[in-house]
Ligand binder design. Structure first.
Ligand code: ADE
Ligand code: ZN
Length: 335
């Protein structure tokens, strides 16, 4: 089953490229860029990755980003993710990046986005992985700062398919960013937002009704609101669920208690994703493998999850059809 889950064609729709910075690459970049790390070794870094909640993770995640200084660093980071993803059956990835984390340290928007873009192009050419790029605004910063980031993104419009909203959720409701998302959609960006990870169902309503998002990132707290469940099922709003992340960040006490299977059984368009694979327990295959084992997912469940991943993507209808045919062919051959 583990090889099947690794190899089955899939799309990954929720991963932060900065969250794929493995300790080994962190050390290499620290050396290359003469940045001092607060860790003695790669092993010490891994031992420091014990998180009680989202904020305790974000503090370490943003600190890790300090080693990223040059365009080549962003290339190497993105390339490393795509190489791992390709080995795990990822045929299409929609990659998040947090430009404000880097701009606020004095880097140029262009340095960040050009390095990532170059790796995405190589990912298509050399690995055969299709990709799209999503710019996330940091919700612990102001709407004005997000608007300024959107202004800087305009020049790279052709490289960025959508805007998103991430970072510390509680106390930073989507409504604060309504005007920014209005502007972004007017300019032709699609929209997604993290909501209902640690925050209440109300934040999911706001993301849908005020930010007019196409997908909800996480969304697992929708289970507390029957009317919301009905809306998500009726409209087939995709949820990009990240099971191992949710356990590492204390959203669920254990994987056995995760509600992914319940959401699937309620008819929601659920997908499986890694979020921050270097920090939160693994890449997409490890997420599928652990979740299948703990929640006793059937082959049918797995096929729904993988089909949903292409269906929920920002690919064109023709591209979706092509990948779903590939998926159906894989399933038929392995019967
Ligand atoms: N940034 C990176 N990972 C995140 C997560 N799981 N939630 C919110 N912001 C994030
Ligand atoms: Zn996330």
């Amino acid at each position: 089953m583990d090889a099947y889950l690794r190899d089955i064609p899939k799309a990954e729709l929720h991963m932060h490229v900065e969250g794929s910075l493995e300790p080994e690459l962190m050390f290499e970049l620290a050396r290359r860029n003469s940045v001092t790390l607060p860790y003695a070794s790669v092993e010490a870094v891994r031992q420091a990755y014990v998180f009680g909640n989202l904020q305790s993770f974000l503090d370490i995640y943003y600190a890790g980003c300090r080693v990223l200084l040059h365009e080549q660093d962003f290339y190497d980071l993105t390339w490393a993710y795509l190489s791992r993803a390709a080995e795990q059956g990822v045929r299409h990835a929609e990659v998040f990046f947090d430009p404000q984390t880097h701009i606020d340290r004095g880097l140029a928007f262009g340095t960040v986005v050009t390095g990532i873009r170059r790796a995405l192009l190589d990912g298509q050419q050399k690995l055969g992985v299709s990709t799209k790029l999503i710019l996330c605004f940091l919700r612990h910063l102001s709407a004005e700062a997000a608007m300024e980031t959107l202004r800087q993104a305009r020049q790279y419009k052709d490289w960025i398919v959508a805007v998103g909203l991430d970072s510390s959720e509680v106390g930073h409701p989507p409504e604060i960013f309504r005007a920014v998302f209005d502007r972004a959609r007017d300019e032709g960006f699609l929209a997604v937002a993290h909501a209902g990870e640690e925050g209440p169902p109300e934040y999911i309503w706001q993301a849908l009704d005020l930010l007019k998002v196409s997908r909800i990132d996480h969304g697992v707290r929708c289970i507390e609101d029957a009317r919301l469940i009905k809306r998500l099922a009726t409209e087939q709003v995709p949820l990009t669920v990240c099971p191992l992340s949710n356990v590492k960040l204390g959203v669920f006490r254990s994987l056995a208690e995760h509600n992914l299977k319940k959401l699937l059984d309620l008819g929601l368009c659920v997908t499986v994703n890694s979020d921050d694979p270097a920090y939160l327990g693994g890449y997409i295959a490890e997420n599928f493998q652990a979740t299948q084992a703990e929640l006793h997912l059937s082959r049918d469940d797995i096929h729904r999850l993988t089909r949903n991943s292409f269906q929920a993507s920002f690919l064109s209808p023709g591209e979706k059809r092509g990948f779903i045919q590939e998926l159906d062919g894989f399933i038929a051959r392995r019967r």
